[in-house]
Design a protein around this ligand. Structure first.
Ligand code: FES
Length: 125
């Protein structure tokens, strides 16, 4: 068990390690992202967490960056390294964004729309 001091953390990368992402190099993506963070001496600034399925398997391998609220798709070990380098300088990897979050999710147009979450029920909004 570990309890990290996160006071200097400015970016949290959630790396999907669900089944579909694991079939699309999630382990290698996880290792590449963590290796790049270590190479750049950025362990205090970027925190990573392996997650289970994030519900966007068509986008595998999925990586999510917070607090920016950016959902990345089709991440490879190399593009995972690029995400680290971009977020360290306050930028993002525009070409692989599936969704961004700014009060509501905004699809980039690069992903399948996906199924409605409450099929058949009337919306309250
Ligand atoms: S396994 Fe990664 S989004 Fe489903």
């Amino acid at each position: 068990m570990t309890t990290w001091n996160l006071q200097e953390t400015s970016c949290h990368l959630l790396i999907c390690n669900g089944g579909s992402c694991m079939m699309r190099q999630a382990e290698e993506v996880t290792q590449a992202i963590r290796d790049e963070i270590a190479l750049l001496g950025a362990d205090k600034r970027i925190h990573t967490t392996r997650t289970r399925c994030n519900g966007r398997c068509a986008d595998a391998c999925v990586v999510i960056a917070y607090p920016d609220g950016i959902w990345y798709k089709d991440i490879s070990p190399e593009s995972g390294r690029k995400i680290v380098r971009k977020h360290l300088v306050g930028k993002r990897l525009d070409e692989q964004i599936a969704y961004t979050f700014d009060h509501h999710f905004i699809a980039s147009g690069r992903s399948v729309a996906g199924k409605e979450k409450i099929a058949g029920r009337p919306s309250l909004f």
